[in-house]
Design a protein around this ligand. Sequence first.
Ligand code: T3D
Length: 257
Amino acid sequence: MFNTINYECHEGISWIKLNRPDKLNAFIAEMNREITQAVKLAGKDEKVRCIVITGEGRAFCSGQDLAEVNDDTNHGDLLRNHYTPMVKAIMACEKPIIAAVNGVAAGAGFSLALACDFRLASEKASFINAFVNIGLIPDSGNLHFLSHLVGRAKALEISVLGEKIPAQKALELGVINRVIPQDTWQKEVEEFAIKLAKMPTKAIGLIKRYLTLAENLPLDAYLEKEAEGQRIAGLTKDAKEGVQAFIEKRQPEYIGQ
Ligand code: T3D
């Protein structure tokens, strides 16, 4: 079904594994397209309640495949046609998306991780805003996401210096959510994904949607939107189950509807 990624679903989790390990999972147009398709597929699949994006081999993703770039490359069109749809698909997906950063995330590989909802990093992982090192600017929403996470001053430093940031430093900066030791990497990523997949999926989707609105609207307008959002959440089976379970003093069993 896919040539540049591996795609599997089990236990309510869809795994999207970038699969060009010899090139440290560098992006070619087909891979951008396949990630976009896979995220949309998982988003529509009712059985899927959490998505994990990770890399095969030793890297997460080394950004654009530079062997594919030449004097004729229109960098703007490359973004519009391949990277922007991928970032938009991730942002539009109303299911939690984890970037499980198993190794280096450079250039647009860093951006891909930033676009996801959670960033778990192996202790061997690192992050490089490598764009400046080849005379480009951070793309695929990178500056937007990064500045929201770390503020303007640090985003500027990370982007202008283009240096390697080890996982532990990325955690201290607030770029990622947690660092996981290598020996428990697979187990802890799975546990985190399973935890999310058992949560009220519709509420998580609404939290994603309304967080974006909260970032972009004045408070008065946002409060009105929020009331609509809570009405939608309140109508879900999971919200009813959550309240019922509380009253009955038991653990809720959410079904993602
Ligand atoms: O306008 C546009 O172009 C659109 C969008 C651009 C977005 C971008 O992502 S721009 C940034 C592109 N990425 C980079 O500049 C990073 C380039 N890679 C590196 O700096 C290093 O490879 C790493 C720091 C990521 C890892 O270093 P290291 O020492 O662990 O590995 P390596 O030996 O450099 O790489 C291993 C192989 O992967 C090697 O191939 P070989 O020699 O074994 O045949 C290397 O050429 C290949 N590789 C790594 N990154 C890329 C790549 N091949 C093509 N493109 C890559 N990005």
